[in-house]
Every structure is written in C-alpha cells, then in structure tokens.
Design a protein around this ligand. Structure first.
Ligand SMILES: Nc1ncnc2c1ncn2[C@@H]1O[C@H](COP(=O)(O)OP(=O)(O)OP(=O)(O)O)[C@@H](O)[C@H]1O
Ligand SMILES: O=C(O)c1ccc[n+]([C@@H]2O[C@H](COP(=O)([O-])O)[C@@H](O)[C@H]2O)c1
Length: 399
C-alpha cells in the first residue's frame, strides 16, 4: 500500500493543505494519507499564544474528516505523543516499523522541499520515504524544483516526484493567523475548522457566540459534527427556510433552528446527560438511555445557552425528533424539514414533500405515522410525545 505522510505545524490547517493533499493523493495513487501535526516543530518557534497541541490536533482532525475520504485520511498523533523536537527522521522510523511492507511518501510544499538537506538526518529521511514536492505559489519555478530534486537524488539517493497543483491556494498559516485576528480569512479555512476556532476563541477571534452571523453559526455547528452529516444539516436549513416562506413563519428563526438542530448528534451518552444535568432538563426513562432522543434536547440547550437563540428556536430543536401534541408552526416546519430535506430518500418521500407544501398538518400526520410504523417494525419503543403528537392531530386536524 502507498501511504502519504503530510507533516505540518497546522497552526491552523487551511485549504492550501487540503487541496494539495487531495491532489497529491490522486497524482501518486495513495491509498492512505496521514496528517502528522508536529509537536515541537524543529525549525521554528510556535508564536506566543498559539493554540495547544490538542487544539492543533483537533483542528487537523476536523480538516481531514472534511475531505470525506472515510478511513483513507487520518490524523496521526505520533509527533505530539513523542515530545521533544519533532524530527521527521524519527517519525519515519516509527512509521517504517509500523508499516514495514508499505511504501511511504513524504509530502511537502516548495518551502520545505528546498531546505530538506538542512533537516535532521536527511539521509535517513530519503532512505525511508519517497518524496513528493508541490509548489505553493505561482512564482515557485519548476526549474528550481528540478534542480533541487536532482541534488537530493545525487546526494542522498532520494526518490523525488514533483507535481504541479492544478490550483494554488495563496495562503500560509502565518498570514491566516493575522487575518483571523482582524476578523478576516475564514475563506481560507474549511467552515468546520473556522467554527472550531470561533468556539474556542483561538487566534484572537474572541467572537461573541451569542451574536454570530448565520455563516459563523453554521461553521460552529459543522465543527461539532462529522463532515458526512453536514449535507443533511444544510438540507434541513434550506428546507426549513423554504417551508417558513410558504407558511409565513419567521425565515431567520427557521434557518437558525435548521443550522443547529443536530449540533450535539455526535456527543456521547455521558456528554448528553451532563448537558441535561447542567441545564436542568428533566428526562424520562426512555430518554435517559437514548442518544437519539437526547440530542434534540441537548442541541436545544446549546442553541439557547451557548448560541443565544430565542425560545422559538429552542423548542423547535427540542421537539425535532419526537414531535409533540399541539406543535407551534416553527416546530412543525423543523420536524418536517428534518424528515424530507432534499438529501432524504425513502419510499413515500416525494408524496410527503408535496404534502408539506399543500397541507402541513396532513404532512405532519403522515411523517408521524411513518415514524411510528418504522419504530414498531424495528421493535423500538415509541416516545410518548410522538404518540401524543399523532393523537392530537387525529383529534384536532381540520378536514
Ligand atoms: N498554501 C499551501 N499550498 C500548498 N502547500 C502548502 C500551503 N501551505 C502550506 N503548505 C505545505 O504544508 C506543509 C505544512 O505547512 P505548515 O503547517 O507549516 O503551514 P504554513 O502555511 O507553511 O504555516 P506557517 O505560515 O506557520 O509556516 C508544508 O510542507 C508546506 O509547504
Ligand atoms: O526533521 C527536521 O529537521 C525538520 C525540519 C523542518 C521541517 N520539518 C517538518 O516538515 C513539516 C512541515 O513543517 P512546517 O513548519 O511547514 O509545518 C513538519 O512536519 C516539520 O516537522 C522537519
């Protein structure tokens, strides 16, 4: 197997890292790529006030997950665990021992490639890994790379491949840190990494989480979930806004409920219970053991207490999984948007979509009944609020 190793300080990881990693994977035919955040970079001092190693690791993990290549891309904490200066030769020794039968490829941008002879034990590096270098700026000349490749081949027997990225991302982490401090630069980051930075107040962002723009709120929410869920959350936002327009609800509240509705979906049972405890959410026996039921309550709690959302948004998120008797308009819209947003695909979804724009309560009843049937089939206990929602509609629905 061909394994790529992409070392960096990742302070923070930006789109330049991601686009070059993706392209190198394709160009070299890598089956696996490991991002390896440096513990203590051997050649530079981390600027004062830099995030902790854990934060750099977490941001890099979020960025890697955002490549949506499942287990092919991972973040490796070898250098952070090892302590001391993060010499690449030591890292390659470890990887060589771990993957003795695999082909290791060390990936790097021009700046690193041109100085490789000055690194610690360059001969060890060149004997344990193939090298892949790519240009970082338009002005990086192919000729310069070719000269350096020849030098490394002749001097250390290196196997070098230089690749031209189809698109240059003209940014460095240093520039980005300055931009972030001025409230700019988010366009050079994956939204989820930006959200992590905002939530942790890194790089002098100090955003008031209770007064975020929609884009910032989206970024924060995405930073809390696996990247594969983001398309669904975007779909719920879009659908909730469309439904709000159709039925005369507040579009901005629908948007914010959509953005945040699943923000705690990946929290563990323990974390969910802790949030409920912290915000005094009373649970029944069924809820106490079910992450699926809990995430709507904890998502609502964070929407209110961390992100400053009003009661309407709180309750729309709170009831988005179970529904309840006598729901408000916004609660209905978010429940239905979650059910039939454009990425959903199940028998009957088209009929449900149509009904959502013709007769909201009929659509709600249809959604609830489909849920109840599905839960019954799978032998999952039905929450009393879901039963309550259906019974209420059967009794009160007009027509
Ligand atoms: N915009 C970019 N395009 C392609 N490769 C990049 C880009 N930025 C960084 N790299 C490469 O990523 C690796 C890790 O770089 P690093 O994490 O130090 O980022 P950086 O932007 O160079 O940070 P800093 O400004 O703090 O030096 C290096 O091999 C570097 O050449
Ligand atoms: O081992 C060395 O001597 C050495 C010297 C300079 C850079 N590196 C590695 O090169 C990678 C890119 O560095 P940086 O600072 O651009 O993030 C990172 O993994 C560093 O640990 C390694």
């Amino acid at each position: 197997m061909k394994i790529g190793i992409y070392g960096g300080t990742f302070n923070p990881p930006h789109l330049g890292h991601l686009t070059s990693a993706r392209f190198a994977m394709e160009a070299l035919g890598l089956e696996k790529l490991l991002f390896v955040p440096a513990g203590e970079p051997p050649h530079k001092v981390l600027p004062e006030g830099s995030p902790t190693a854990e934060d750099r690791l977490a941001m890099t993990a979020i960025a890697a997950d955002g490549m949506l290549l499942k287990d092919a891309v991972e973040v490796d904490g070898t250098e952070l665990r090892r302590g001391g200066k993060s010499y690449t030769s030591d890292t390659l020794r470890e990887f060589h021992a771990r993957f003795p039968d695999d082909e290791l490829w060390l990936l790097m941008g021009t700046d690193m490639f041109l100085t490789l002879q000055n690194w610690h034990e360059p001969e060890v590096i060149c004997s344990l890994a193939h090298l892949c270098a790519f240009s970082r700026t338009q002005s990086d000349s192919g000729e310069l790379l070719a000269v350096q490749a020849k030098y490394l081949r002749d001097t250390f027997g290196a196997d070098v491949r230089t690749i031209q990225l189809p698109q240059i991302t003209p940014v460095s982490s240093t520039q980005l840190r300055e931009l972030l401090e001025r409230g700019e630069g988010s366009g050079y980051l994956s939204p989820a990494v930006y959200g992590y930075i905002l939530r942790r107040g890194l790089y002098g962002t100090h955003a008031d989480l209770k007064r975020l723009t929609d884009g910032q709120l989206r970024a924060c929410s995405y930073s809390m979930m696996k990247a594969k869920r983001i398309a669904h959350v975007g779909g719920v936002e879009e659908e909730a806004v469309r439904l709000a327009r159709r039925w005369g609800a507040d579009e901005e509240l629908a948007r914010r409920a959509g953005i945040l509705h699943d923000c705690t979906k990946y929290y563990s049972l323990e974390q969910q219970l802790q949030i409920c405890e912290e915000y005094g959410i009373v649970l029944d026996d069924l809820e106490r053991v079910s992450v699926k039921l809990l995430h709507s309550k904890t998502g609502a709690a964070l929407a209110r207490h961390v992100f400053g959302q009003p009661d309407e948004v709180y309750w729309a998120i709170y009831y988005h999984t179970t529904g309840k008797a006598d729901m408000t308009l916004l609660e209905k819209l978010v429940y239905l948007a979650d059910y039939m947003e454009p990425n959903r695909d199940f028998p009957g979804v088209e009929e449900l979509r149509k009904l959502c724009y013709e007769d909201l309560d009929a659509a709600l009843l249809m959604g609830l009944e489909m849920s109840i049937d599905d839960l019954n089939e799978r032998g999952v206990p039905i929450h009393r609020n879901t039963q309550g929602a259906r019974d209420w509609l059967l009794e009160h629905r007009k027509g």
